[in-house]
Every structure is written in C-alpha cells, then in structure tokens.
Design a protein around this ligand. Structure first.
Ligand SMILES: NC(=O)c1ccc[n+]([C@@H]2O[C@H](COP(=O)([O-])OP(=O)(O)OC[C@H]3O[C@@H](n4cnc5c(N)ncnc54)[C@H](OP(=O)(O)O)[C@@H]3O)[C@@H](O)[C@H]2O)c1
Length: 309
C-alpha cells in the first residue's frame, strides 16, 4: 500500500484506520474485544499502518483493542490518540491533565510512546495559543513520550486559526465530498509541512450510498434530524446520478486521495468486509477528472448551505 508521508518517524499508509467503531455499539451490536483485535490484525496484514483513536472511544476499549493487536508490530505502525475527551465520557481540556491523560492512553495501548497526540476539538482560546497546551505538548515531544502533536478540527475558522497561530506537526480535519469548505486551504497545510489526516471521509457512512432517509441510527449518528436525513438522502441520490454509480465508497475515498496535501484518510472501519473493500481499490491510479467533478458537485449543490456534521 502506498506510503508517501511521515507522521513521527514512520511513513504512513494512505488508507488509515479510524478506530471509533472498535469496541463500540452500532446497529444494535457491540464489537467484542476479540472481534476488534482480529479486525486490526487483518488491517495490519493488508498494509494499513496508521491508526486513529482517542481515550473516550468506546470508553477506552478502542485503545485497549489497538494495544492488544499492535503490541507485536509497534515499530511498524503509527498511533495517533487525542486529549480532551476522557474514558469516563467527560470533556475536560484542563492543561494540567494532558500528561496523565497521555499516560492513560500509553497504558491502554501497551506502549511507551505515541506517534502523535492531537487536541480533540479544542476551543478558540487554545487554538489561538492563549493557554499552555502547546507548550506542554512540545515538552512531552522533547521527552520522547510523543513524536508529534496537533489538533483535530472541523471548521474553516478553526483551520485558519491554527495555520495563522500554531506550529503543529499534525492536523486532523473534517473534509469529504459533502464537506469541502476548507478545500482552498489544503495546499497551505502542505506548504507548512503539516501531516494532514482526513476524518469522517464517508460523511459518517452516507458517502457509501447505502443509507436512505428511512435509515435509523442508535449511536452518535442519532444526532441527525429528519431534515438532515432527507437532505443527505437527496444529495446521495444526486451524486449517484452525477457519477452514474450505485456504490459511492470508492469515489469518495479516491476523491480525497487525489489531493497531494492529504497524508492519510481514516474511514471508520467496523467489519472485515468493509476493510477488504477499501483495500481492494487503495492502489488504483487516481483520476484527476474525478477530483474536478466532485468539486463541481459540491460547488453546485452544497457550498451555499453547508451540511452540519
Ligand atoms: N472529533 C474527532 O476527532 C473525530 C470525529 C469523528 C471521527 N473521527 C475519526 O475519524 C474516523 C472516521 O469517522 P467516522 O467513523 O465518524 O465516519 P466515516 O469514516 O465517514 O464513516 C464510517 C462509517 O461508514 C461505514 N463504512 C465504512 N467503510 C465502509 C465500507 N467499505 N462499506 C460500507 N460501509 C462502510 C460504516 O458504517 P456502518 O455503521 O453502516 O457499518 C462506518 O461506521 C473515526 O473512526 C475516528 O477515528 C474523529
């Protein structure tokens, strides 16, 4: 699998693993620790070496599963975890908790360093550098406990603030066919030498093409209102017509890989079948026309009224 850019000291695969589903419940089924470990081991076997997790994912079980599955591959894989959302499901960005939170992650992940730690949707005070968060992260980097640090962010304002005020190693950004409001800033991220991780690449599953306005969600996706579901369903059908395709996953992923600024793309992977599907096209040559086409789709049908996550 193609590995172009570094995070920490390791080149990362362009298909990364979004580990939110590990140990979590979706569609009425909870992933067991054993199922999660088997899924991650298969991902490593298929050449995936970048894993994105957080202390609060499945209340700590995502990190525990990764720890069990990756302990024999540690020097070949890149683990990114976060600070701010805790295993008891609380949110607390108090800078005095950074080191202890990272120590908790290290323990669950059965390792003595993290390749990167990112602030998990911090507020503007932190992004502006009015607090001590980045100084503490820099000190932990000097100590070798983390190899790099950065932020996970969603909006254009947040990205501009980070680019103008911080010198980070990593940015994890909400960006996909339906969410391109930061598109013209991607090259600046690259020029600054920042590794760019793309989260929610499938619009939480909509960009596979498999959901309808009748789909129901019991997990974090239950946040969508009837209007959200209807609007996304209309857009998915438009996109199917636009691409003359029923299955959209491959197009949504290829679109992201077509940007040189993007280091790795991390779909949430819940099953071995989903993993194998992503692996089946990961080495295909990228089609630049597809990028233009999907930019036009966004500009015509979404840009004036961006979707909410
Ligand atoms: N604030 C943050 O930092 C933040 C926020 C969100 C996400 N993230 C990170 O980004 C990752 C990805 O985001 P996400 O999981 O929310 O959204 P996503 O990657 O856009 O969508 C994931 C969902 O798409 C479906 N899927 C994935 N691959 C598929 C395939 N090959 N075929 C059919 N369906 C497929 C699965 O849904 P089903 O349930 O239908 O199987 C899966 O749960 C997370 O795992 C997490 O690591 C970070």
């Amino acid at each position: 699998m193609e590995k172009k850019r570094y995070i920490g000291n390791t080149k990362v695969s362009r298909l990364g693993f979004g580990a939110w589903p590990l140990g979590n419940t979706a569609h009425g089924k909870t992933m067991s620790i054993e199922e999660g470990v088997a899924l991650v081991e298969e991902a490593v076997k298929q050449g995936v070496n970048f894993f994105d997790t957080a202390p609060n994912y499945a209340l700590g079980r995502s990190e525990i599963i990764l720890g069990k599955a990756l302990k024999n591959h540690r020097n070949k894989v890149v683990i990114n975890s976060k600070f701010g959302h805790h295993p008891d499901d609380s949110i607390d960005f108090n800078e005095n908790r950074i080191e202890s939170s990272i120590n908790g992650s290290l323990k669950r992940l059965q390792t003595d360093y993290l390749d990167s730690v990112i602030l998990h949707n911090p507020d503007y005070d932190i992004l502006m550098g009015r607090t001590g968060h980045f100084t503490i992260l820099e000190r932990l980097k000097e100590k070798g406990i983390i190899k790099g640090y950065g932020v996970s962010i969603d909006t254009r304002g947040e990205l501009e603030t980070v680019l103008n005020n911080q010198s980070v190693d990593v940015i994890e950004l909400y960006f996909n066919v339906f969410a391109q409001v930061t598109r013209d800033l991607l090259d600046t991220v690259k020029q600054k030498g920042i590794a760019l991780i793309i989260k929610v690449p499938l619009d939480s599953g909509w960009l596979t093409g498999k959901y309808t306005n009748k789909s129901s969600f019991s997990d974090i996706r239950s946040r969508w209102t009837k209007e959200d579901l209807n609007r996304r369903y209309i857009l998915v059908n438009k996109l199917k017509d636009f691409l003359s395709a029923e299955k959209l996953t491959q197009y949504a992923m290829q679109f992201l890989w077509s940007y040189d600024a993007i280091t790795t793309v991390i779909p949430g992977i819940r099953t071995i079948e989903q993993l194998h599907e992503h692996v089946s096209y990961v080495n295909e040559k990228l089609n630049k026309d597809l990028q233009k086409k999907l930019e036009t789709f966004y500009d015509c049908f979404i840009a004036n009224d961006p979707l909410r996550w």
